[in-house]
Design a protein around this ligand. Structure first.
Ligand SMILES: CCCCCCCCCCCCCCCC(=O)SCCNC(=O)CCNC(=O)[C@H](O)C(C)(C)COP(=O)(O)OP(=O)(O)OC[C@H]1O[C@@H](n2cnc3c(N)ncnc32)[C@H](O)[C@@H]1OP(=O)(O)O
Length: 159
């Protein structure tokens, strides 16, 4: 699972500019600052280690809203990266590309231990120039714990 090339690649988020998003913005100092990369199999992957205050009611489990943010932000950043790749451009080269979440459906399948890193793995399918479907899975210790079906919708960069 995942890419062996992560260490030498620059995360999607570190190539995007002026992104203050709580989950994925490199410009949000209080955010989660997730980092997403292409994997060799064409999926996009992200590894995240939670902090103790990201907990659910029981302190041993990860909060579901944080899980939703991880699934959402990894999916949308990956949709943006795919659009740049499809247009033959590096991320942020030329006219900027922005997508937002039109819809997201999440199945929470198992509680996620807060003290183990999670792996997010996104499969992308371009439905039209404006719409990308993302199926994003969240694993903990190789267990599938949550799955999101996301519709990413392209918007003007002044959205
Ligand atoms: C971004 C600013 C620049 C910043 C640069 C930095 C880099 C950027 C990084 C950003 C990373 C963010 C990562 C976190 C992701 C969020 O947290 S984003 C915040 C949460 N999302 C929102 O607030 C979105 C709010 N909704 C909207 O703004 C608008 O409803 C939308 C989604 C843009 C669509 O608006 P619209 O263009 O007027 O809608 P429309 O033309 O009717 O729809 C386009 C297509 O999408 C379909 N569609 C739209 N909504 C839905 C839906 N809910 N269900 C199903 N289909 C739908 C339509 O059916 C239509 O399909 P086609 O007819 O083309 O086949």
């Amino acid at each position: 699972m995942g890419s062996g090339m992560q260490d030498i690649e620059i995360a999607f988020q570190d190539q995007l500019q002026k992104n203050h998003c709580f989950g994925c913005g490199a410009d949000n100092d209080q955010g989660l600052k997730i980092k997403s990369y292409w994997a060799d199999d064409g999926t996009a992957v992200c590894r995240f280690t939670a902090k103790p205050h990201h907990c659910a009611g029981p302190t041993r489990y990860l909060n579901g809203g944080i899980m939703a943010t991880l699934l959402d932000c990894h999916s949308i950043c990956s949709a943006i990266a795919l659009a740049y790749r499809t247009e033959g451009r590096a991320i942020s080269e030329g006219e900027s590309i922005a997508f937002v979440t039109g819809s997201m459906d999440i199945a929470y399948k198992q509680p996620v231990p807060i003290d183990s890193p999670v792996l997010l793995k996104a499969e992308l399918e371009s439905l039209s120039p404006r719409k990308t479907r993302v199926v994003c899975r969240l694993f903990s210790e190789d267990n599938l714990c949550a799955q999101a079906d996301v519709l990413a919708v392209r918007v003007p960069d002044n959205w």
